[in-house]
Design a protein. Structure first.
Ligand SMILES: [Cu+2]
Length: 153
């Protein structure tokens, strides 16, 4: 009884932290965040670092969110001096390495939002990997001036 309670508290903590491995000992997600958009924005960009401690390549192959009707994986590439977003079937997480999803590079495109989001809100997503593991991640919404939050007034 007591043990069960402790376990569920531990699980809640993992869910709350959002950056610890949940279902795979090898894959971990750190620094997840979603860039705040205009108040009526229905498309937002999501970013995180995904690390793979195993000796086999893995790949992010799917993302779902209860808060968005569609989530795609994109890569921003420069074409003719313009940033263009290319949909990706998967994002490889190399063995013993990591992939960084960040503005101007790989990112999650959270589309058809079911409600508005502002800085301080949380976007829940579930990541599916090629290895079959799934991982829930809580992504805090932040203002998007790089990694630093410079307030403009
Ligand atoms: Cu995009």
């Amino acid at each position: 009884m007591k043990n069960t309670l402790l376990k569920s508290i531990g699980l809640s903590l993992v869910m709350f932290m959002g950056s610890l491995p949940a279902y795979s000992a090898d894959i971990s997600v750190t620094e997840p965040w979603v860039r705040e958009g205009p108040p009526a924005a229905r498309v937002l960009g999501g970013f995180m670092t995904i690390s793979n401690a195993s000796d086999k390549d893995d790949a992010l192959v799917g993302v779902t969110s209860p808060d968005f009707n569609m989530v795609e994986m994109h890569q921003t590439v420069m074409q003719d001096g313009m940033g263009k977003m290319i949909p990706q079937e998967q994002i490889v997480v190399p063995a013993g390495g990591k992939v960084v999803l960040k503005p101007g590079s790989y990112h999650l495109m959270l589309m058809m939002a079911k409600r508005g989001f502002k800085a301080g809100d949380i976007v829940n997503v579930e990541l599916t990997f090629q290895s079959g593991s799934k991982m829930p991640v809580e992504m805090p919404v932040k203002k998007g001036e790089g990694m630093m939050d410079h307030s403009h007034h």
